[in-house]
Design a protein around this ligand. Structure first.
Ligand code: FES
Length: 125
């Protein structure tokens, strides 16, 4: 596993993100409410810049199932700021796991990211 210092934590406050290229891989580092996430900046759909998408809650409707555009007064939000939505065609992925919200067989690569002193450190395999 290789270790890469990719940013200063002061340059990545909550709500900010940074796209870095490490070992020819474009990776998005996001600080969401003080939690760091790192994902490949390539959407599995048509290779859109996934990490430039909006961070959202999971939209659910009655029974806790994922909402697929249904109109309902029972629509709600869960898991605030744990979902990223691709800016090209709105496919959604779990920030923690990289898994697609609607397709169990689809996921985007995630990476271990931590702070070490003043630095944000990314680990690659
Ligand atoms: S490229 Fe991301 S949803 Fe189409």
């Amino acid at each position: 596993m290789s270790k890469h210092r990719v940013a200063k934590i002061a340059d990545l406050p909550p709500g900010e993100r940074k796209i870095v290229t490490v070992n020819n891989r474009e990776i998005g580092i996001l600080n969401v409410d003080g939690n760091l996430y790192a994902l490949r900046n390539v959407c599995p759909h048509r290779q859109g810049p996934l990490c430039k998408g909006r961070v959202r809650p999971l939209v659910v409707w009655e029974g806790g199932e994922v909402c697929h555009g249904r109109f309902s007064t029972d629509i709600g939000h869960e898991r605030e700021n744990e979902i990223i939505k691709c800016p090209w065609h709105n496919w959604e992925f779990d920030l923690k796991t990289g898994k697609s919200i609607t397709d169990d067989d689809l996921r985007v690569r995630t990476y271990r990211v931590e702070t070490e002193g003043d630095d944000v450190v990314l680990y690659l395999r």
